[in-house]
Structures are given as C-alpha cells and as structure tokens.
Design a protein around this ligand. Sequence first.
Ligand SMILES: *[C@@H]1O[C@H](CO)[C@@H](O)[C@H](O)[C@H]1NC(C)=O
Ligand SMILES: *[C@@H]1O[C@H](CO)[C@@H](O)[C@H](O)[C@H]1NC(C)=O
Length: 394
Amino acid sequence: MSKFFKTVSWIYFLAFIELLLSPSGASAYSVVRFGAKGDGRSDSTSAFIRAWMQACSSVRPAILSVPRGTFLIRSVTFTGPCRSRIQFAIHGILVAPDNYYAIGNLGYWIQFHKVSRLSIIGGTIDAKGAGFWSCRSSGQSCPQGARSISLQWCNNVLVRGLTSYNSQIMHISINRSNNVKIQNVKINAPSGSPNTDGIHVEYSMGVTITDSTIKTGDDCISLGQGSMNVWVEQIGCGPGHGISIGSLGNSFNEGGVQNVTVTNSVFTKTQNGVRLKSWAKPSGGYARNIVFRNLIMRNVGNPIIIDQKYCPNNICPHQNSGVRISQVTFTNIKGTSSTQAALTFRCSSSNPCSGIRLQDIKLTYIDRLRRPTLAYCENARGSNSGTVFPRSCL
Ligand SMILES: *[C@@H]1O[C@H](CO)[C@@H](O)[C@H](O)[C@H]1NC(C)=O
Ligand SMILES: *[C@@H]1O[C@H](CO)[C@@H](O)[C@H](O)[C@H]1NC(C)=O
C-alpha cells in the first residue's frame, strides 16, 4: 500500500474511533476539561466561555456539555455565529452568585447572541432572584435585573427539558430571533415575585412553546411587540398572571403582533387567563389574527380580558390606545372564574376592537352566593356562536 493510502486509512480509523466515542458524530467539549468545578462555590464563568469558544469554532457539530454537579456562573454571553450546529447539554445545575449585583447589571444572566442552530437540552438553572426581589420591594436603588436566559438575534433554536428557578426578572427572553422551539420546560418562581415572566417574546417570528409548566409571579407567557407566527400548546399556567399579548403600545413606533394561537392549556388560580393589554397612549401598533382555543380555567381572576386602558400610576390621563385589535377568536373556553368578570372587553374609544369572536364559552363564578358571571364590553365589536355563558355583550 502506498504511503498516501496508509495515511488516509489511518485518518479514517481515527475518525471511526471518534464516532464510537461520540455516537452522534459530534465533537464533545465538557466544561470540566476547561476548568469548571461542580462544587457550587468556584466561579466557573471563564471556563464556560473557553469551552464555548472551542465548541463554537468546531467545524463539526459540537456538544458543549455540563456534567452533574452545581456550577456557579456570573453573567455570560455565548456569542456566535458558530461554524457548525451546537448543542448545550446540561446534566447539572447552573447557579448565580448570592450577591444579586453579580448578574443584575447587564440585563441578562445567560445570553446567547447571534447563535444559529443552537439546542439547549436539559439542566436546571437557578438565578436565586429572592435577594433582588426584596431589594426592589424595599425601595432601595437596585440593579436593573437579569433575564435568566436571553436569546438575542438567534435563529433555529431548540430549548428542551430545561428547568428554571427564581429569575430576577424574566426567565426566558426571546428577542429578534426566528424559528425558536421551547419544549418541556419547567419554570418556577413564587406567586408574589415581581416581573418574573416565564417566557417573553419580542420581535421574533416562528416561536412555538409546548408541553411546559409555568408557575410564576407575572405572566406565564408574554408576547410583546413584533411577535409573529407564535404557537403555544399544552401549557400548565399558574400561579401567575396568565398568557398575555402585551403590554403593547408603550412607544409610538412599534411592531405589531400577528398570527398567534394558544391552545389545549390549563390555567390554575391565575390573575388572568388569556389577555390582550395595551397602554392608553397613541401608538401605531396592532394585534390581529389571534386564536385562543380549548382552554380550561380553574379559579381564574379574569379568564378572558382585553384591556386597552392600561395606565399604571395614571401617567397617561385622557389618552386612548392607538393599538388596533382585530380578528381575535375565543373558542371552547370553560371553567371557573374567581371574580364575576368572566368576559371583559375594554377597548379604545379611538380604535374600537373589531372581529372579536366568541364560541362555546362557559365560565362560572366560584361563589357561595351563586351569583352569575358577567360580560363587560366597551368599544368592542364582534360575533357569537354556539353557547356563550355569561351572555355575551358583543
Ligand atoms: C430586544 O432587542 C433590542 C435591540 O437589540 C433591545 O433594544 C431591546 O431592549 C431588547 N428587548 C428585550 C426584551 O430583550
Ligand atoms: C401562522 O403561524 C403558524 C405557526 O404558528 C404557521 O405555521 C403559519 O404558516 C402562519 N400563517 C401565516 C399566514 O403566516
């Protein structure tokens, strides 16, 4: 055999061995090899960054793995673009330092920036937000607060099987990112924790959130300006403030929300069920082609609500929302309300809601006096079909 062929077969042999070691054919990078320690105390931030840089520059698909153990990390940005697809496989727990300033200053704890073909699989993250929440409630000056996971300008992302505890502010933020799938995540923060939204979407297209359990102090899921083609299915929400579109219309120039479906989900003891919310201010924003379908409400404050008069601390007196809300369908929504206000459509007088459709609604009041639930309409236009209880005001 010529020397050339010997060399080639030797290369194939080595590649074959590597394939055996890593069945997916991907190159594996364990953070421990880069100096991370799973003792819960040592700062592993720079080891994670070194491991990321190696994995991200791999020509072959890369797996960056975090083994069992508790790894302490400060704010970190994992920057792309990477040369191939990359999987963040977390078997252990990532924790933030006890001092909330360590992650609170930059707006994020774990950020992915301009990464495409990313999957984040498994793992538990704990931002230890309680110190930050009490700083805020004490009225002291506090850092701005960190989103636990922030996807910025990322495309083709899968997050599967992640558990997130006690974020300072949002748990998962998806911003300027397209084609993002969130599956089987568990989010856990106490019902009184401020602004701890479960999953927030903004300026992103093609986001699906499925088979997840979200217990938190703010919205389970919030879809902000520029959210398009969003699918939400099989969510257990509560405690929390429900699934919301908004708040929209805080600024004049903002992207609309379009083509959103929320289906086959259960709300338990939440402040709201499904909600659209906009500031009572001039705005060029809109929300249209929204479907809420097959939902169960258990003891929910406002099971169905559109509120265009959002104006905390009365900072927008005598103004109307400029956000145009149209083509919003509520189908097969059943269960109990913890207030009499089961259906609320409080729309803008300058931009009435149009194309609101109610079909097969049955919402009863949890009340020992057996009072009925009520529907309230203001500047709302639309139609009803099937059984609608309480009796519709459209
Ligand atoms: C989304 O990204 C824009 C532009 O990068 C930024 O100004 C904004 O604050 C981000 N919002 C969130 C919720 O991350
Ligand atoms: C609406 O969004 C879904 C994903 O949720 C997508 O499959 C569908 O093509 C979108 N429809 C339009 C008209 O863009």
